[in-house]
Design a binder for this molecule. Sequence first.
Ligand code: ATP
Length: 304
Amino acid sequence: MDYVLTSHSLCKSYKKFHALSDFSIHIPKGSVYGLIGRNGAGKTTFIRLVCGLQEPTGGVFNLYGEDSGTKGIYSARRRIGAIIESPAIYRNMTAKENLRQQYRALGLPSFDGIDELLELVGLSGTGKKKAGHFSLGMRQRLGIAVALCGNPDFLILDEPMNGLDPQGIIEIRELILKLNREMQVTILISSHILDELSRVATHYGFMDKGTMIKEMSEEELNAVQKKCVRLTVDNITALSVFLEKQNIEYSIVSDTQADVYGEINIAQLITGLFQSGCNVTSMHEKNESLESYFINLVGGEENV
Ligand code: ATP
């Protein structure tokens, strides 16, 4: 497999605290790689090392064939576009001015391509409006356009969906898929919104306490995720009481939905629920959620 970025025994310590220890990652060329970990797991630390904002205290990473700590890493980094924590944009400038500013900062010889970039991220109609007056979703898309200046073939997005409303999330999702599928950009995304991540990622890295626990492709994940039936019901309490009594494994998704695991006789389940005062209004088979897989993998029930 052809990898854009790998790391071996990568470490980053702050005095005695190990933010990354023995961290290894393998990001295939052409993938959308979802990096998953709880708050403080070390996701941003890893991204900061790759982008050259901090230096490792041990180990090595390799970007486009160049090892960290060598001269070649500087030219390899020019192939990266990144948004780390929040998009690097000027709020007192329009979208176009922001891109021109980035072109100047990168020393690009002309402003060619700016209109296409604005079109790509859906901001070509914003005219004289300053970025400070944009919605959060528009600012995030402008941040992606800024990161795409200079035509990088590897895009790093740290928490790109944070704080966005549902429409904003859909727009970023579509942009990510377009960049990856139509423009062959490899994308590393760290995100807490696992349900959303599972709609775009082709590969996953599950990390905890500064270490990579497991890496897998979407296909490998699908194969090991438990199958379940998602039920929508009119009485979630009655469902819960019934499944407890029957000793059937389940998890509550919302006040009208639950996932039921294991080999179950659907007809018997629906009849039993009905007799217990719970009507099933819809049902479909699916894989267990990415969040539930992650929690089972690393243990505990804290937020991701
Ligand atoms: P989040 O999702 O909350 O951003 P994260 O996985 O990105 O979490 P990091 O920001 O990489 O986590 O932080 C990893 C750990 O390193 C945290 O415990 C954090 O407090 C610690 N840390 C980060 N930067 C520093 C620093 N400059 N000095 C000391 N500790 C730090």
